[in-house]
Write a protein that binds this ligand. Sequence first.
Ligand code: AN7
Length: 342
Amino acid sequence: MTYQGVIDRYCHHIELPPNSARITLLEGNTPLIPMPHLGRQLGCDLYVKFEGLNPTGSFKDRGMTVAVSEAAGRKVSSVICASTGNTAASAAAPAARAGLRAIVLIPEGKVASGKLAGAIAYGAEVIQVQGSFDAALSLVLEITQKKPIALVNSINPFRLEGQKTAAFEICDEFGKAPDWLCLPVGNAGNITSYWLGFRQYDRGNPRLLGVQAEGAAPLVLGHPVDSPETIATAIRIGKPARGEQALEAVRESRGKIISVSDREILEAQKILAAEGVWVEPASSAGLAGLVAQIQGGSSEYRNCRVVVVCTGHGMKDPSVITDRFVAKVIPAEYEALRSLLI
Ligand code: AN7
């Protein structure tokens, strides 16, 4: 089999100007992992769409191949984004391949080390902003209105064109849409894209369960959050750019947007890792939401086919694990090892 990126695989379903470049790292084609053990416990037919297996370790690569291809095709020299981390790495990698300058604005001190390292390694100009993601995004909007720099946040419609391919893949795998799709919601580009994708592909629609972190839940509260806070720094966002569209998607799908605590997020991360799937904290929010719904007494998921979208790899945020762990130390002697183990 020859590998294809999402533009080639779904060229008939993606809007991209004819003069666009074709910048790809062969993103997409991520596994839909059956979770029979956990599914039995929860009473549903459960799968994880593991988007952390994209080239830079997150789901953002799908949209970024399209946005950067379009930008490179119209001969801009620079791309810019605000980011909680994954968007930064995801923009930087294809930009490097296209020979474009990548500028990324991140909230100071609030980006997980694997993401920051990625953005630096791919050669992005990393600028820390003294404020939240939302403040960084405002700056990006202002400079792209005044200067010829391409904006590659998910306000850029080409990001959605690529991102929606995840919905196509799920439908191709099952032959139809699942009953439920559970996923984290931050800036709300992903949930908006999935909904676009399912409707366009015409193989049925899932109900959407969008999940925010309690301390950063503007769509649940119904108003922006000035100082969002959560251990899931990826979704530490108080004013989602596509919030209205996300709410509409949820309404149309007869789904819900709920919030979960950081404790529930970390517990879901542990549950997934115990099944061999290590994801970053934000990525376990979808499962955390599903568990909260079922434990709260909802029977709407019973015997349903449920896909939980895990958006980023666990290696993006190693310290959330290692900071809570103290390794045992022994002298280099057999007796010390034996007495420790047996
Ligand atoms: C792992 O990288 O916003 O609702 O700047 O990294 O489409 O924003 C990341 C978001 C979920 C939320 N899971 O998706 C960024 C950024 C992970 C993420 C989300 C993000 P959206």
